[in-house]
Design a protein around this ligand. Structure first.
Ligand code: G4P
Length: 528
């Protein structure tokens, strides 16, 4: 099949949600529809069990699962669907942000009772910044929850989205009868035993048909008619272009656990979600259907077996095809590399493949060549944009606790930082190393992995930093910048890329610094 046709078949997306909203359950049901798994319960939840945050076994369990669920691929209606796993736990938010650079669209899952939660807000904000097309799935309709219109309002206000419902619930919780599918103009009735079966739908394009009352009861029928009238009045018609640009978000209602409303979501997703999109590199924009292969590393996973220290680097193919045993240029190292056993993903299995297409993810065995954000090409000097680091939330000095093992410690720290477990800052004044993380959990992960994978020991020391600000002087040679560097030298560090960072101890200090040195810009993101 031609390159263009293969690429047009692909849909690469992520599901984002606050923990417990139903991401794992929905993923599993999607795989069931694709025939990729045979029964429910096959997809493991990658979430961290409550109260287990300091349990190392739990950390290892989580890492194991996260390899298995990094990419879940299946075929459905002649489409190849790649779901990229996005951890919901806030301590792994950085991982999710990076994965969002490799998706072409997302589905946002919201719990009907809890509404928009904190983690959803943060993740949607990142998607909005990148104009990623989003579909919203309101889950757990089998339970009592918020009024549908109130929820739609909440989604618009808290997430800053513009929504249009493509399905609408008939009742809720105990009285939940099903959904009216606005997209397909039919009714899907809910029955407790629809759990395993793929539901049947009743076509219903004329809502005035008195049969409606016979099916769902006259009261419910009247209510549905009123609700839909309001929907048509208040919300804009679905517009694919607006959706693709990230300006309009369709909403579906359902119950993932009961496999209800999931087919509607999937069918619509297949119709509207974009195939692989062009991606900007510093040099130019790369279009997926270009013949030449290009791709970038968005995730690195260390092998859990300490005897085999190789890692798996996940590459999103941006253009062309990736072929086995073909030399590709590792742009940062200016070196050609060949891969004899690239992994492709299908459901929960990975297997060696000869050829993968733009939109797909390949897993490459790596002995330490790769870093998150690295670009691979057929020979062109390209640097893909868009894997920025965000300011960490926690900062600690890291000290060597075993002077005999300083080499191991250094290597371990470097490799863990390349994997994106945390960020390393080196103080300008004295060369001390500071580790910045999104969640406190990462410190334990680092300590544990340094010891078990590299044989090095470390201790931490508190370092009170409020935010890391990347420094951009208007003029590097100006007196103002020289003074800034002199006055703030105790708080200046270099990140791993060698960019200058100001480690501010309070919001107040950032404000004051900005006032005093207006021509030295401070950014909370490494790419500005
Ligand atoms: P997550 O990945 O977003 O964290 O959520 P997950 O799918 O693990 O779902 C969280 C909990 O919500 C699970 O229950 C799951 O069974 C339940 N759930 C998901 N979808 C629905 C739904 O449509 N209706 C209802 N009533 N519940 C739903 P749990 O008790 O935490 O876990 P489990 O022991 O059942 O697996």
């Amino acid at each position: 099949m031609s390159l263009v046709k293969e690429i047009a078949k692909r849909r690469t997306f992520g599901i984002i949600s606050h923990p417990d909203a139903g991401k794992t359950t929905l993923t599993e049901k999607l795989l069931l529809f694709g025939g990729a798994i045979q029964e429910a319960g096959a997809v493991k939840s990658n979430k961290i069990k409550k109260g287990a945050t300091s349990d190392f076994m739990e950390i290892e369990r989580q890492r194991g699962i996260s390899v298995a669920t990094s990419v879940l691929a299946f075929n459905y209606r002649d489409r190849k669907i790649n779901i990229l796993d996005t951890p919901g736990h806030k301590d792994f938010a950085e991982d999710t942000f990076r994965t969002l650079t490799a998706v072409d669209s997302v589905i946002v899952v919201i719990d009907v009772a809890k509404g928009v939660e904190e983690q959803t807000e943060k993740l949607v904000q990142v998607c909005r910044m990148r104009n990623i097309p989003m579909i919203v799935f309101i889950n757990k309709l089998d339970r009592e929850g918020k009024d549908a219109f109130d929820l739609l309002d909440e989604v618009e206000q808290k997430l800053g989205l513009k929504v249009t419902p493509l399905s609408f619930p008939i009742g809720m919780g105990f009285d939940f009868q099903g959904i009216y599918n606005i997209w397909e103009k039919n009714i899907n009735l809910f029955s407790g035993d629809s759990k395993k079966n793929i539901e049947e739908t009743i076509a219903f394009d004329d809502l005035d048909n008195p049969q409606l009352g016979e099916i769902i009861g006259s009261e419910a029928a009247d209510e549905l008619r009123e609700n839909l009238e309001l929907v048509y009045e208040v919300y804009p018609d679905f517009d694919k272009e607006a959706y693709t640009k990230g300006e309009l978000q369709p909403v579906f209602f359902g119950s993932a656990l009961n496999n209800f409303g999931v087919r509607e979501l999937l069918d619509c997703f297949i119709d509207i979600a974009p195939s692989p999109l062009p991606k900007k590199a510093e040099e130019r924009e790369v279009v997926p259907t270009e013949e030449g292969f290009t791709g970038f590393v968005f995730k690195i996973h260390a092998n859990m077996d300490p005897k085999h220290r190789d890692r798996l680097a996940f590459v999103k193919i941006v253009s062309g095809t990736f072929e086995r045993n073909t030399p590709y240029l590792h742009v940062r190292h200016n070196k050609k590399l060949k891969f004899s056993s690239p992994n492709a993903f299908f459901a929960e299995k990975k297997e060696i493949v000869d050829i993968s297409y733009a939109g797909d993810i390949v897993g490459l065995h790596d002995t330490g060549n790769f870093k998150i954000g690295d670009t691979l090409t057929q020979g062109e000097e390209l640097h893909f944009k868009g894997i920025p680091s965000f300011s960490p939330e926690h900062f600690r000095y890291i000290n060597n606790a075993d002077p005999m093992k300083s080499k191991q410690l250094e290597k371990g720290i470097n490799q863990l930082m390349d994997e994106g477990v945390a960020q390393l800052f080196t103080l300008e004044l004295n060369g001390r190393k500071v580790i910045g993380t999104v969640g406190a959990l990462q410190y334990e992960v680092i300590q544990y992995r340094l010891e078990h994978e590299y044989g090095a020991k470390c201790t931490y020391e508190n370092f009170p930093v409020h935010k890391a600000c990347w420094v951009e002087p208007e003029d590097e040679k100006s007196e103002e910048f020289e003074e800034f560097k002199r006055v703030k030298q105790k708080f200046l560090a270099k990140d791993k890329q060698g960019q200058l960072v100001f480690l501010a101890d309070s919001a107040f200090s950032i404000q004051m610094t900005q006032q005093k040195y207006p021509n030295v810009k401070l950014h909370f993101v490494s790419e500005y």
